[in-house]
Design a protein around this ligand. Structure first.
Ligand SMILES: NC(=O)C1=CN([C@@H]2O[C@H](COP(=O)(O)OP(=O)(O)OC[C@H]3O[C@@H](n4cnc5c(N)ncnc54)[C@H](O)[C@@H]3O)[C@@H](O)[C@H]2O)C=CC1
Ligand SMILES: CC(=O)C(=O)O
Ligand SMILES: [Mg+2]
Length: 588
């Protein structure tokens, strides 16, 4: 018996999806019944972009620009992504670090509309039912509990700005369809008393639950997410202590932790190029890390993997690191109980000597590499940078803390105090500058270069888990993605304006690693040669300029077909009818 088609109501007009786009031609407006609801002019993208950029220029502070872009995304999502993809270098700092940091600090003051899902501790037992309220099919979610937002501490549900910002980059950089992304914030309480006491705060006014309660909540959530969307990729972001969840879920779910793994990969990607440029062989490097948290240890672990691939034993590689945290040099005899993740790198060769200062440690270790993942803005001061320049022809200096106010030094400080010789990358963007007759551009060592490709690679390969080889492949692929000019100019990372091309290379590397590890389920991709795999990846990337990006454009295209070919008029009319009435046109 033929199955009857489900009775769907008429499609609801939506501002977000572009139904009221001023680019829609009159015939589309008639079909959508929006004729007369927008100003008469039919605008080109160029005119729309001009207005958007003028409006943006009229806003005087970064937070006002951020708010305007939130508004644009909510009212015309495709125009937002057109604008973002064409102006990625200029707009990323406004929707991501550094501005997203300020937006999160002030989220409870500037909130105007929801942009994702909030699940509370009190909702436990019902998480699956609540997920049913999300109106779209989801391919990827970014999940935070807001407990360590950038270097700004525990911001509770104000942290929602981070999943929203990261997922906007997933769409802009790797072409994940906007409606396939789910920003997700879990409200397990907050240790931020000032926020709890603020009348405008929008989360639970209770302290953070215990680690055991968090574990039970996350167990339910991971199962619920995967039951609802079996192929979903889950990115953990900005948890204060991300290690227990990573260990518990990494082999069971398609998940990864961006701060530990994504950051490790992006820094290795740039680091491979920095080691080459330094002229110092891998075996002769020594690294001081200021900050021994999830990001610091995540980065060092992956550099160990790189050193081992370069011929060192794991023991030799491990002993190239000296970590400093808020209690000083991380040593086995320090007297405090070291967190598990620090033990691997803890020194046992300090012979009872106590840590005095970063400057004294530099004198002792004579490092070639200085990494900052400490959240301490300005920690790499003139004295520190001058010492690094005296010790090395080309010191590797990576102040990676975010946002810019937490960066251990600025690009200008690093350049001036190392006489322009440093190999530099920072977590947040800094402007280019002239020095010694040269135009110097800083690298941005931010996980935004890899997480889009890791996520897309996991989605397209239908990976059952995200393996360490997939993460490492993203780093290696990134390191090979610089073009000739970028290499000639001594850049460590490719130009961010080429991020979609770079994401294709990273995605391919991730898919290949998934295949080698046997965690992929997209068997049709296994025998594709690389060039065909690249075509496959590109074809699956959402392009906001594509005619089928929104319904109005799709109708426009169908109307054009109808006027050109009489034979197809009937089918076309049915398709348009199907689209407008909410029936999936592809079945007609
Ligand atoms: N560039 C990038 O892509 C990424 C950057 N980050 C940034 O790295 C920073 C750290 O992130 P997590 O490791 O996740 O945080 P975390 O809270 O786990 O670690 C911070 C570390 O800094 C140490 N620290 C604090 N005060 C210190 C002081 N005065 N001297 C020395 N060490 C001190 C702490 O003891 C801890 O070991 C943040 O600012 C974050 O935004 C994190 C992920 C990616
Ligand atoms: C970039 C990033 O993930 C962080 O700063 O936490
Ligand atoms: Mg993060």
């Amino acid at each position: 018996m033929p199955q009857s088609r489900p009775q769907l109501g008429p499609r609801q007009l939506s501002t977000t999806s572009g139904d009221f786009d001023t680019a829609n031609p009159p015939e589309v407006r008639r079909v959508l019944r929006t004729y007369g609801l927008t100003p008469p002019a039919v605008e080109s993208y160029e005119v729309q972009a001009q207005r958007c950029l003028r409006l943006l220029a009229m806003k005087t502070t970064p937070i006002e620009k951020f708010q305007y872009l939130v508004h644009l995304k909510a009212t015309n999502v495709h125009l937002f992504y057109r604008l973002l993809s064409e102006n990625i270098k200029e707009l990323t700092p406004l929707i991501y670090t550094p501005t997203v940091g300020e937006a999160c600090v002030r989220w409870h003051e500037i909130f105007t509309q929801p942009e994702g899902m909030y699940l509370s501790y009190h909702d436990r037992g019902h998480l699956g039912e609540i997920l049913n309220n999300w109106p779209h099919d989801v391919e990827i979610t970014v999940l935070t509990d807001g407990s360590r937002i950038l270097g700004l501490g525990d911001l509770g549900v104000n942290g929602m700005g981070i999943p929203v910002g990261k997922l906007a980059l997933y769409t802009a950089c790797a072409g994940i369809r906007p409606d396939a992304t789910l920003p997700l914030t879990i409200d397990l309480g907050t240790g931020n008393k000032a926020l709890r006491d603020d009348p405008l705060y929008m989360g639970a006014r209770m302290p953070k639950v215990t680690p055991e309660q968090e574990k039970e909540f996350l167990d339910e959530l991971m199962a619920a997410l995967t039951a609802k969307w079996p192929n979903i990729v889950i990115q953990f972001e900005d948890f204060k202590n991300p290690f227990p969840a990573l260990e518990r879920y990494q082999n069971t779910y398609t998940m990864f932790n961006d701060d530990v793994q994504g950051t490790g990969a992006v820094i290795v990607g740039g680091f491979i190029n920095a080691v080459r440029a330094s002229g110092v062989p891998a075996k002769d490097h020594r690294a001081i890390f200021l900050g021994a948290g999830s990001a610091g240890v995540g980065v060092a672990k992956q550099i160990v993997e790189y050193f081992v691939k370069e011929g060192l034993t794991e023991e030799e590689a491990r002993r190239k690191f000296w970590f400093v945290d808020s209690n000083g040099l991380v040593t086995l005899d320090r007297g405090d109980k070291l967190a598990d993740h620090k033990v691997y790198f803890a020194r046992d060769d300090n012979n009872g000597r106590q840590y005095q200062s970063l400057s004294r440690l530099i004198d002792f270790v004579k490092p070639t590499i200085l990494m900052g993942l400490s959240t301490i803005g300005g920690a790499f001061n003139r004295d520190i940078l001058t010492k690094m320049a005296a010790l090395n022809d080309k010191p590797i200096i990576f102040p990676l803390s975010n946002p810019s106010s937490k960066s251990e030094c600025t690009f200008e400080e690093a350049v001036r105090h190392t006489e322009g010789r440093c190999l530099f990358a920072s977590g947040s963007p800094f402007p280019s500058m002239e020095f010694g007759g040269k135009f110097l551009t800083p690298g941005q060592g931010n996980n935004m270069y890899v997480f889009p490709g890791i996520g897309l690679g996991a989605i397209l390969s239908k990976a059952t888990s995200v393996t360490q080889d997939m993460i490492y492949a993203s780093a290696e692929s990134l390191s090979t993605s610089l073009n000739k000019q970028e290499v000639a100019d001594g850049w460590l990372y490719p130009d961010i304006r080429r991020i979609r091309e770079v994401s294709v290379v990273v995605t391919r590397g991730v898919i290949r690693a998934a295949q080698q590890n046997g965690v992929d389920r997209a068997s049709e991709l296994r025998n594709l040669p690389d060039d065909q795999l690249d075509v496959y990846i590109k074809e699956r990337m959402y392009d906001p300029f594509d005619e089928k990006a929104n319904v109005a454009d799709e109708i426009s295209q169908l109307l054009a077909t109808a006027s050109g070919t009489n034979g197809h008029v009937h089918g076309v009319a049915e398709k348009i009818n199907g689209i407008v009435n909410g029936v999936d046109a592809s079945h007609l």
